[in-house]
Design a protein around this ligand. Structure first.
Ligand code: CA
Length: 455
């Protein structure tokens, strides 16, 4: 399915899975504010965001709480399903109908700041009562700083909705039933060890000659990064100007990834994955390992087995690797109420009340560092090893390569073209050699666009 899938942000896609699985979540949690329509004229803000049912409910409830605390403001909420959001936002930008407050992709920050879409909210955020952004993950806040040249410093063009560490989960119950020692949360498997344990857990239970339980089943779009990085390779060089997939270490990681299916047969075959995709198989308890993001936690509460988090297996560097996503919450440069709009952003992303409500809804890790540490230290709630999420945030998480550049078209092309490698029709080495020049061409174009947008 990888090649045909429209490229979406990682978080978007995972939320789309959640949406499909959770079905129609009935309760809209609609706000009931606005009863006191007396003489006072209220300030009306529009807020557009996306999310699965659990997230939509959590955000609507949090906005309702904000309205209670700010009786002079009425917030009109516009929600979309995750896979429609980007289209809707781009349409609002071109149609000059941007909402006052909205979610945006981290990777679009420079284009939106240069293009006058996003408002510089620095002065407003600094003056909101009871908000201190130094209490947030600095790494998260810095994603939304931009000085007109570099991201990571300068004015604030948004705040993080959250940080999304993409961790690896395992089905603990399955290990116990098979009598296999549990994975070590502090010592990643080597790649060889990972294959071996997956082979032990790929089992034909009813003796019809086909496994009904598999080791794993990764989506290349969201899991290949970990294998490439932990093998000492990357899509992009330090300077962000050169595509580096033609590195033998990259090819080795990609081949390993493809071999999990074609050689070691520890994942469902392409045909089997079409009848029941790997996310559904994980949910039913038929996969030993599967990625877990914080946005999954509410849905995973009802898994019919116990699960926990571990580091991804480590390639030749001996170090585990994972990506760390984020979404921004920003203010339109055209808003008539910049102060109130920035206050809403601050409430959603940086207030104790707002963060607690979102964390209680089990859809994200807290943005507030202290709150996150308390949350992660509680091993009685699932998954017990929530520290792995914080380690990804603090220690080893990296942004997705497509977000490091002015646009991600060069990066998307890789995933559009990858299927023949996964199908075993061409080798990883052949692929990276042929693909690098095509991707480099698109990256050069992105760099050129960036220079033009700065003028
Ligand atoms: Ca079977």
């Amino acid at each position: 399915m990888g090649s045909k899938k429209k490229w979406l942000s990682a978080v978007t896609l995972m939320m789309a899975f959640v949406l499909v699985l959770a079905g129609c979540g009935g309760n809209n949690g609609g706000n009931t504010g606005g009863s006191g329509e007396g003489g006072d004229k209220k300030i009306e803000l529009t807020f557009m965001f996306r999310g699965g049912p659990e997230e939509q409910k959590a955000y609507k409830d949090t906005v309702a709480q904000y309205e209670k605390d700010h009786p002079n403001v009425k917030v009109k909420v516009i929600t979309t399903a995750p896979d429609q959001y980007v289209t809707k936002l781009k349409a609002a930008i071109t149609g000059n109908s941007l909402p006052d407050v909205f979610f945006f992709e981290t990777g679009d920050l420079r284009a939106y700041a240069n293009g006058g879409v996003l408002l510089d909210i620095t002065q407003y955020v600094e003056n909101v009562e009871n908000i201190d952004i130094s209490k947030l993950w600095q790494k998260g806040v810095d994603l939304y700083r931009y000085d007109g040249d570099k991201v990571g410093q300068g004015a604030l063009y948004g705040l993080p909705k959250d940080l999304g560490p993409f961790s690896l989960g395992y089905n603990k119950t399955m290990f116990e039933e098979a009598g296999i020692p549990l994975p070590d949360k502090d010592k990643p498997y080597t790649w060889d060890e990972f294959i071996k344990v997956n082979q032990q857990l790929t089992i034909d239970k009813n003796g019809d000659g086909k496994p009904d339980q598999y080791g794993t089943g990764f989506n290349v779009n969201w899991s290949l990064q970990s294998f490439v990085w932990s093998n000492g390779a990357d899509w992009l060089d330090e300077s962000g100007t050169k595509v580096t997939i033609d590195d033998p270490k990259f090819a080795e990681a990609l081949q390993y990834f493809a071999d999990m299916q074609n050689v070691y047969k520890i994942t469902p075959s392409i045909e089997d994955a079409q009848t029941l995709d790997t996310y559904q198989r994980w949910m039913k308890g038929e996969l030993a390992f599967f990625p877990v993001g914080p946005w999954d936690l509410a849905t995973y509460e009802s898994l019919p087995f116990d699960y926990d988090l571990i580091p991804y297996p480590a390639g030749s560097t001996g170090e585990t690797a994972a990506w760390l996503g984020s979404l921004g919450v920003g203010v339109s440069s055209k808003t008539k109420n910049p102060k109130e709009a920035a206050e809403l952003v601050a409430y959603l992303t940086a207030s104790e009340q707002g963060q607690q409500a979102l964390v209680d809804a089990k859809i994200q890790i807290p943005n507030l560092v202290e709150m996150a540490e308390t949350w992660a230290a509680d091993e009685t709630t699932k998954p017990a090893n929530k520290q792995e999420f914080l380690q990804i945030v603090n220690e080893y998480g990296r942004p997705l390569p497509g977000y490091r550049t002015y646009n991600a078209e060069w990066y998307q092309l890789f995933f559009t073209d990858i299927q023949p490698v996964l199908d075993g029709k061409i080798t990883a080495a052949e692929f990276v050699k042929a693909e690098q020049p095509k991707m480099q061409k698109l990256l050069d174009k992105a760099i050129e666009q960036e220079q033009k947008s700065k003028k």
